[in-house]
Design a protein around this ligand. Structure first.
Ligand code: DX5
Ligand code: ZN
Length: 219
C-alpha cells in the first residue's frame, strides 16, 4: 500500500483548518518545519504544529528541516506527531535520537539531502521506521524533481530488503503525476506531494490520481 502525504507548505497558511480539510482522504499530512538555518526558509515551530495536530483530520508526518535535531526534534513526538523525520546532516547521534522519538510514541524517520549517501546508515536501518530520500534540495515547494536521486532510492530499497526489514521509503520533492511512476518503480512506498496537491483545482482528486498512478506502477 503506497502512502500519499500532501505537504501543506504551499497551502494557504491563513486558513490551515480549511486547507487540512481538503486532504482528509490522504494518509498523513506532511508538515515541513524550517528554521532558516538548516534551510534558507522559515515556516513554523512547536506551538503552530500543536494547533495543526489538534485540528488535522489525519495524522501528522513532521519533516524537520532544523539544526541540532538531537535537542529540537523530540518535542514534535511529545506533541503528538505520528511520525518525526530528522535530517542525517543535522543530527549528532542518530541512534539515540531515533530511540528517544520511538520511546515518546512516534515513528522515527531519517531524511537524506540529495548529496547525502545512504551507505553510512545501512547498518542502522533497524533503528528507523522510515527513510526519506529528498528529490529536491530542501527549503521550498514547487521545485523540479531531481532524477539524479533515483539510484539512491533504489539502493535504499535494496538495503531495506536485504536486511529483511519493513521500513517505509519516502520520497519528497517534485513528486507529481509526471514523476510518481519513477519514484515507485525505484522502490518508494510513501510519496510527499505539495504543489501537485495544493496547486490542483481539486485536492482530493489530485490525491486519488497520485494514488492510482502509484498503485499502477508498483511491482
Ligand atoms: C521541501 C519540502 C517538501 C515540499 C514539497 O523542502 O520538504 O515537502 O513541500 O513540495 P513539492 O511537492 O511542491 O516539491
Ligand atoms: Zn518535506
Amino acid at each position: 500500500m503506497i502512502e500519499i502525504n500532501p505537504s501543506i507548505l504551499n497551502s494557504d497558511f491563513s486558513d490551515l483548518r480549511g486547507e487540512l480539510a481538503k486532504i482528509s482522504t490522504a494518509d498523513m499530512a506532511h508538515i515541513d518545519v524550517m528554521d532558516n538555518h538548516f534551510v534558507p526558509n522559515l515556516t513554523f515551530g512547536p506551538p503552530v504544529v500543536e494547533r495543526i495536530r489538534a485540528i488535522s483530520p489525519i495524522p501528522l508526518d513532521a519533516h524537520l528541516m532544523i539544526t541540532d535535531a538531537d535537542r529540537n526534534a523530540p518535542v514534535y513526538a511529545e506533541l503528538g506527531c505520528a511520525s518525526v523525520t530528522f535530517h542525517a546532516e543535522a543530527v549528532a547521534a542518530p541512534v539515540r535520537l531515533a530511540r528517544e522519538i520511538r520511546r515518546l510514541g512516534a515513528k522515527a524517520s531519517l531524511a537524506l539531502k540529495p548529496a547525502t549517501p545512504i551507505e553510512p546508515f545501512v547498518d542502522l536501518l533497524g533503528e528507523f521506521d522510515q527513510i526519506l530520500v529528498m528529490t529536491v534540495e530542501p527549503g521550498f515547494g514547487g521545485q523540479k524533481f531531481l532524477d539524479v536521486c533515483l539510484p539512491k532510492i533504489r539502493r535504499t530499497r535494496q538495503a531495506i530488503s536485504a536486511a529483511g526489514l519493513e521500513i517505509k521509503l519516502q520520497v519528497d520533492g517534485g513528486v507529481s503525476r509526471d514523476t510518481v511512476a519513477r519514484c515507485v518503480e525505484a522502490g518508494a512506498d510513501s510519496l510527499v506531494a505539495g504543489s501537485a496537491v495544493y496547486g490542483a483545482e481539486d485536492a482530493a482528486e489530485a490525491i486519488a490520481e497520485l494514488r492510482a498512478l502509484a498503485t499502477a506502477h508498483t511491482h
